[in-house]
Design a protein around this ligand. Structure first.
Ligand SMILES: *Cc1c(COP(=O)(O)O)cnc(C)c1O
Length: 360
């Protein structure tokens, strides 16, 4: 068996230890005689898996008691709709910050349900910055403020948590959740698709403050109401059981890494090393302003775009996979989520230096 270093933005690399454990438990989960995939979601075995995963996530993120954790499906893209469906009425005003491709999708979806006030947009900088707190044109009467802490495609990350006074802050944490400690109490809703930094695709986690549950407009389908999932402990219908189980294994792995404080140190080192290699070279460039650079997604260009294909091909041959940049940005993108070992980043940096030596 040979594993590559997979820099995919998502679905993304998972910790090898987690995959090994899942393999060991695949046919017979701890003496149950069944795979987790074959278990009833209401049986005692799966209930214990589900409860353990939630309690480990609560411990990792220090989630306060007045927040519900939901294990859902439909991806972050469903949350783009579920948030306004649960927090607005006709003519409700909502505030959105636009910092990149995922913000834009969230905004487009919110417009179906509410009047969207764009409180700041960094589109004129081609999404290479984040707006400062003083640049946020917040409406104190808004139902909530939505933002994207980490824009996966542009590689732009907020260096601070927006201050929104009494207006609930809603955040799409898909590509940066669990990368470092997070003060959940500053948020009304946090949501994330699992396939970047939590587990396999198909699971979506929402962390919702209790007072924001139960206010959906009357004809909202049951599956799109937070109340439905909250009242049924995410078992109103069949939840994504295997993804939930794997996420639980990832939470245990994170605990062994020193929790989120430990993970933050590792992630900072990986990001700093890669950005330094880019900045120190005249051959590679990253357009994002240094204070807003993502720890998780690092886009970079070659000074001769004609060499992009050669770079991808030779990197692939060296076991460095899925480095092609998003089609809207071009160049390369290295996603260096929690599960990417420091060694993988170092191998990439060494490869980049050698490629520059030969082709620069
Ligand atoms: C990947 C991603 C999404 C889309 O997630 P799905 O689970 O595919 O719906 C939304 N927001 C961000 C920030 C992402 O990285």
């Amino acid at each position: 068996m040979s594993r590559v270093f997979n820099f995919s933005a998502g679905p993304a690399i998972l910790p090898e230890e987690v995959l090994q454990q899942a393999r060991e438990e695949m046919l017979d989960w701890r003496g149950s005689g069944m795979s987790v995939m074959e278990m009833s979601h209401r049986g005692k075995e799966f209930m214990s898996i589900a409860e353990q995963a939630e309690s480990d996530l609560r411990a990792l993120l220090q989630i306060p008691d007045n927040y519900k954790v939901m294990f859902l499906q439909g991806g972050a893209s469903s949350q783009f709709a579920m948030v306004p469906m649960n927090l607005t009425r006709e003519n409700t005003k909502v505030d959105y910050i636009n910092t990149g491709s995922w913000s834009k999708k969230a905004i487009a979806e919110a417009k179906r349900f509410a009047t969207v006030n764009l409180v700041a947009s960094t589109e004129e900088t081609r999404f290479t910055t984040t707006p400062g707190q003083s640049e946020l044109n917040l409406d104190p009467g808004a139902a909530y403020v939505h933002y994207t802490p980490n824009e996966t495609i542009q590689g732009v990350e907020f260096p601070y948590v927006p201050e929104t006074a009494d207006v609930p802050l809603v955040a799409d944490f898909s590509s940066t959740i669990l990368s470092r400690p997070l003060d959940v109490s500053k948020y009304g809703i946090i949501y994330a698709g699992a396939q970047k930094n939590i587990g396999p695709a198909g699971l979506t986690i929402a962390i919702v403050r209790e007072d924001l549950i139960g206010n959906a407009v009357e004809n909202t389908p049951a599956m799109f109401q937070y109340a439905t999932h909250s009242e049924n402990a995410s078992m109103y219908n069949t939840p994504p059981t295997y993804g939930w189980y794997l996420a639980g294994l990832v939470f245990k792995w994170l605990q062994q890494k020193g929790g989120l404080a430990g993970m933050a140190m590792i992630n900072r080192r990986k990001a700093e090393a890669l950005y330094k290699a880019i900045d120190d070279s005249g051959f590679y460039a990253n357009p994002v302003s240094p204070d807003s650079r993502s720890w998780m997604n690092v886009p970079f260009t070659l000074n001769d775009a004609g060499l992009d294909g050669k770079f991808i091909e030779e990197a692939g041959a060296a076991g460095l996979k899925t480095l092609k940049g998003h089609r809207s940005v071009g160049g390369m993108r290295a996603s260096i989520y929690n599960a990417m070992p420091e060694e993988g980043v170092q191998v990439l940096i060494d490869f980049m230096a050698e490629f520059e030596r030969v082709n620069g």
